[in-house]
Design a protein around this ligand. Structure first.
Ligand code: MAN
Length: 349
């Protein structure tokens, strides 16, 4: 396997201890999977902050939001026979799934793309309403026609879907509810319209027929989506045999729309790959990397809250340099550079 990422020597850029919890009684377990954008001559991260109470040896405790927006702490005795906790991210109790942490989205900015700080006067984004009671996660930020589109995972007992908020100034936000219903996540809107239509990648998943595949959708207004097509599937006997999902908005190149995506195997090892879509008709897949372009190899990527994970949903492009910001082992925010030419070469272009 060839890993062509040039990791920042400063990694990890952000660790849970670097930020303050949003609420007394919670501590930050993970910082991960930031949305990334340029605004006001700075690079900004919309970091997913995952919180929970300090754990004890007697109970597992986890926060959920009420419909009214207050935090409620649930507790289950660790010796309860109905409790299943084989995945650090999920609590299974009496046939119902909960998350071990509650995520919100925090804005940080930087002048150099390496040192990030929380600026004053910008809000923290929390889950709101009945469809976000288990939090909001992994936001993609798309800049299109002077508006920022925030597509994020909305989690609740009703399922996992895609929520949308938009903003022009990062202080006031418009809420558009759930744009893609459960089960769906990993939604990234293209940063340009194509032939007058908005396009987005997204990842529905089904239990039996079908799988965790990447789909493409069209929209007349960026809010209502249709004409869905399945474009990228998992591959048997490959590193991405269990699930695939889009990263951030595709990058426009002379050869096509370049997308960095994550793929996982049945051992939940998350790597990154790339594919290329036709510029004029993005439902045509022109190329896909056979091998990953980035795999979890550094200690901060292999050991952490959920090890063996590199996961990206945000980047900035400067000429040939693609700088991704990524979640390492679901606990730290890190950075890495790629040469776009080198990724295209890996795609056979
Ligand atoms: C899922 C999501 C991501 C997470 C990966 C790896 O795809 O929950 O947020 O980073 O799993 O755990």
């Amino acid at each position: 396997m060839k890993d062509i990422a040039k990791r920042f020597p400063e990694n990890q850029l952000l660790s849970p201890k670097d930020l303050q919890p949003s609420n007394e009684g919670l501590h930050i377990a993970c910082l991960l999977n930031p949305g990334v954008f340029r605004f006001d001559d700075k690079i900004w991260l919309l970091v997913r902050v995952a919180e929970r109470p300090e754990q004890t040896e007697i109970v597992v405790s986890f926060p959920i939001l009420t419909d009214a927006g207050t935090i409620e702490i649930r507790e289950i005795a660790l010796d309860d026979v109905d409790l299943i906790m084989t995945d650090a991210r999920v609590i299974k109790y009496k046939g119902v799934d909960y998350l071990t942490t509650l995520s919100h989205l925090r804005l940080l900015c930087s002048d150099d793309g390496i040192k990030f700080y929380e600026p004053e006067g910008y809000p923290t984004l929390f889950g709101a309403g009945a469809l976000q009671t288990f939090g909001i996660e992994d936001c993609r930020v798309t800049h299109l026609d002077n508006k920022y589109y925030l597509t994020f995972t909305s989690v609740s007992a009703s399922g996992v879907g895609v929520g949308l908020r938009t903003t022009t100034n990062w202080k006031q936000f418009e809420t558009h509810g759930m744009i893609l219903p459960p089960h769906n996540k990993d939604c990234a809107i293209f940063e340009e319209k194509i032939n007058g239509l908005y396009y987005a990648l997204h990842r529905p998943s089904s239990v039996d027929l079908g799988g965790n595949y990447i789909w493409l959708a069209q929209s007349p207004d960026g809010v209502h989506w249709g004409n869905h097509k399945c474009i990228i599937k998992t591959r048997k006997d490959h590193w991405d045999n269990a699930r695939v999902g889009a990263g951030a908005a595709p990058i426009k190149t002379a050869h096509g729309w370049l997308e960095i995506y994550h793929g996982a195997n049945y051992e939940h090892n998350y790597c990154l790959g790339a594919f290329l879509l036709d510029l004029n008709d993005p439902s045509k897949v022109l190329a896909r990397t056979n091998e990953p372009i980035m795999i979890p190899i550094e200690t901060y990527e292999t050991t952490g809250f959920f090890g063996k994970v590199v996961f990206t949903n945000g980047h900035v492009v400067t000429g040939d340099v693609l700088t991704i910001y990524y979640g390492a082992s679901d606990e730290f925010v890190c950075g890495a550079n790629f040469s776009i030419k080198e990724i295209l070469a890996a795609l056979g272009i």
